[in-house]
Design a protein around this ligand. Structure first.
Ligand code: WTA
Length: 671
């Protein structure tokens, strides 16, 4: 990245204002899982990396590890080496004795007339075992990658846990992703099995999910999915229009009748074996398969669920993220279940049928920990600002994740949703990280609207400038947030692409080639500013990644989809600021000679993105422009397009190859 494009400075110049500190309530502190300030000392640099033993000790190991951190081949780090365990055993079996009859999962269907389903740990154990036995009979072997394309239903964690039980690697693709996106990921992962569902509810409609599986199979390039396993949304009734293919498609609910009472011994895995792949967007069109370990990952998410999200077994915890993204993996499934929590899974969208829905669910289920994203907070604030007050629910803790939250939105969340009773944690992290990196332990540090707080225990964030200097806290300068030491929750590499792992995350600030792991600094790709008190304020992505409604898409992915239309010559996507979704993508295209702009063509281009990627990634506006603003070397200046879309100052464009086109585009967009 060039120096001119210094991170997020425009954003800061406009918005930066120091906010007040708000201490947590005494009542919260008294009951908190972690109220000992010494934890930060225990996890200081002097005690690193052995401090993380404390996290691993929260798990049940078949064999204890011999080495906490093996950093002999940086930046490929191994945690708890020599240890053996099973993730499913840790999330299910070990709770049976004490919590067998307690709800592990509460499923809240979208249709309000369908009852909540309470799945106890015993019931979860039964269902996971039976499905694991079925998977074995389907030929799934240890270390096979099983692709999952499920919506927010209890069958999703059941499928994940069954894979973990038999030592297979699961790879869930967000249920709202198109069949083509599933195919791209299954190809990269080399999957032979797909687990899906016939349909699920979204905004009152039963969507056909199995149809996406057909699309997926059509689009596969390198791999062959031999079997498609289908859960039924209503067992006994197939709800998809897509026909079943003999010998390839299997209705799981039918087959399970043959597996009543079947038990499968959990496979004892090495700590550094792979638990799952989670694809995420980067700066090229090809998504990255983040490869997560078993021992390190599970220790980290279990400990952070306990200390940060403050989950006690008697709480009811509801995270509204989708399990198809990392937040759901770590903080709906693995973290909470590892510590015997009760975790709510909601099928629908929180503003359907009206913005009172989240508060009815919270009231009905006695939710006391509520976890969501700024986009959802902005949505419920817009659609039903007075709804929370109408319902009798009480949160002790609320969380926000996934995007920067504006202080004004934060205050509304605190005052109206939390009724000034709840403590808020703002949690900064990424798919790559496995668990939260930047946030305040809620009983120990005061809240500050718009800041996530400081590094988590054992996590050492640092803000760096383009010349590899650390930027001092309180200097008022923004820079790139980096992490100085490896941590157990981190991904291990990019699946089948170790070079890309090094290039993307370690090349910028590390001394590559060094044998000393302390020379390796993780580069996150986010702009950040650190206040004098050490609190971090995240400013958003500095690369070609856009967060739309808190979900992560690469501009290149959308651009490549646009370029698959025969009419399109060039495409450039930029993030247009949006009051509710944070950002929406605006797409600029030029056409090949012989093609004319038209409304139909714009629609065709938008629809292509929808079917190639996901409805969420669909361009807000498509602009067919005569030419792109370009540097003399021919690089498209997305920054200029972004300024036009956002009605911001375009700056000096005289050095461009074609400065005149900027005025023309501006006229076209701004009128
Ligand atoms: C952004 C989601 C500000 C950030 C867990 C990061 C945030 C990207 C926050 C990762 C936060 C996440 N404040 N920005 N509390 N949390 N981000 O991989 O830009 O879906 O790089 O992981 O979300 O998104 P991902």
């Amino acid at each position: 990245m060039s120096k001119e494009k210094n991170v997020g400075e425009e954003a800061i110049a406009v918005h930066w204002k120091e906010e007040e500190l708000i201490p947590p309530k005494e009542e919260f502190i008294r009951q908190a899982n972690m109220s000992d300030p010494k934890i930060y000392e225990r996890f200081s640099e002097e005690n690193y990396p052995e401090c993380f033993k404390e996290y691993a000790d929260m798990l049940s190991w078949d064999k204890r590890w011999t080495q906490t951190l093996d950093a002999s081949k940086p930046p490929f780090f191994k945690w708890f080496v020599g240890g053996k365990l099973n993730a499913c055993y840790n999330c299910v079996d070990r709770h049976l004795e004490k919590y067998g009859n307690k709800a592990a999962i509460i499923f809240a269907p979208e249709p309000e007339d369908e009852p909540y389903q309470f799945i106890t740990y015993k019931e979860l154990y039964r269902r996971v075992n039976e499905f694991a036995a079925l998977l074995l009979d389907m030929g799934v072997k240890e270390n096979d990658v099983v692709t999952i394309h499920l919506p927010m239903v209890a069958e999703l964690p059941i499928s994940m846990l069954a894979c973990a039980r038999i030592g297979a690697i699961h790879c869930e693709v967000f249920g709202g992703m198109s069949g083509k996106s599933v195919a791209d990921r299954a190809d990269d992962a080399g999957s032979r099995i797909l687990i899906t569902m016939d349909g699920y509810y979204r905004r009152g409609r039963l969507l056909d999910q199995k149809a996406q599986a057909e699309d997926c199979l059509k689009n596969l390039q390198e791999t062959k999915i031999e079997k498609v396993l289908i859960w039924e949304r209503y067992p006994g009734k197939y709800s998809s229009e897509a026909p079943l293919v003999e010998g390839r498609d299997y209705i799981i609910n039918d087959l399970l009748k043959n597996y009543r009472g079947k038990r499968v011994k959990p496979v004892s895995k090495r700590a550094e074996d792979v638990l799952f792949l989670m694809y995420t967007s980067g700066t090229t069109a090809k998504p990255k398969g983040c490869q997560h370990s078993i021992g390190g990952y599970l220790s980290y998410v279990a400990a952070t669920s306990k200390y940060l999200f403050d989950i006690h077994p008697e709480d009811t915890y509801w995270c509204l993220a989708d399990i198809g993204w990392i937040t759901g993996h770590s903080y709906i499934v693995y973290g909470p279940l590892a510590i015997a929590a009760t975790s709510v899974i909601f099928e629908g969208t929180p503003i359907y049928p009206d913005a009172g829905r989240p508060w009815r669910i919270s009231r009905d289920l006695g939710v006391n920990i509520f976890h969501t994203s700024p986009t959802l907070i902005r949505m419920i604030r817009k659609d039903g600002p007075d709804e929370p007050a109408k319902y009798d629910y009480h949160f002790k803790l609320m969380c926000t994740v996934g995007e920067p939250i504006e202080p004004a939105v934060w205050r509304w969340y605190y005052e109206k949703v939390g009724k000034r009773e709840a403590t808020i944690i703002d949690t900064w992290w990424q798919t790559e990280n496995g668990g939260v990196l930047g946030s305040n332990l809620p009983a120990l540090k005061a809240m500050k609207p718009g800041s996530c707080g400081i590094g988590m225990p054992g996590i050492f964030p640092v803000v760096m400038d383009e010349d590899r200097n650390e930027i001092e806290a309180g200097s008022g300068r923004a820079g790139n947030i980096c992490i100085k030491r490896p941590w157990p929750g981190s991904f291990q590499t990019i699946w089948k692409d170790p070079d890309r792992y090094i290039d993307t995350y370690y090349r910028k600030y590390s001394k590559l080639g060094s044998k000393d792991y302390r020379d390796y600094i993780y580069f996150a790709g986010d702009g950040c500013m650190q206040a004098a008190d050490g609190y971090l304020r995240l400013l958003g992505r500095i690369d070609d990644v856009i967060k739309i409604s808190g979900e992560r898409f690469g501009t290149k992915e959308i651009e490549s989809s646009a370029c698959t239309n025969e009419e399109v010559a060039e495409a450039a996507v930029i993030a247009k600021k949006d009051e509710i979704k944070g950002n929406v993508p605006d797409l600029y295209v030029t056409l090949k000679p012989g093609y004319e702009p038209s409304e139909e063509l714009k629609k065709k281009i938008r629809d292509k993105v929808r079917s190639d990627i996901s409805p969420i990634a669909m361009p807000h506006k498509v602009y067919i422009v005569p030419d792109m603003p370009k540097t003399r070397s021919g690089k498209i200046m997305r920054r200029v397009l972004a300024a036009i879309s956002n009605n911001e100052n375009i700056g000096d464009v005289t050095s461009l190859e074609n400065p005149a086109v900027v005025e023309a585009i501006k006229k076209q967009v701004q009128g």
